[in-house]
Design a binder for this molecule. Sequence first.
Ligand SMILES: [Zn+2]
Length: 65
Amino acid sequence: MTALIELICRAHPSSEGLGPLITPVDQMWAYCEGRGNGGHEWTRIEPTRRDQLSDLLRIQNGRAS
Ligand SMILES: [Zn+2]
């Protein structure tokens, strides 16, 4: 996928198991790392490529992996 992600979900930070969900929201691509079924909390970000998003999330979540 080469689309730019413009929204990320704060409600479902875990990516255990199923992997992330990428879905169109308000004509932007939205990324939910925990693949929640609903109740997403979309946060606007700088448009970011999918393959760069994991680095961004790792920094923002303060994870060491
Ligand atoms: Zn979500």
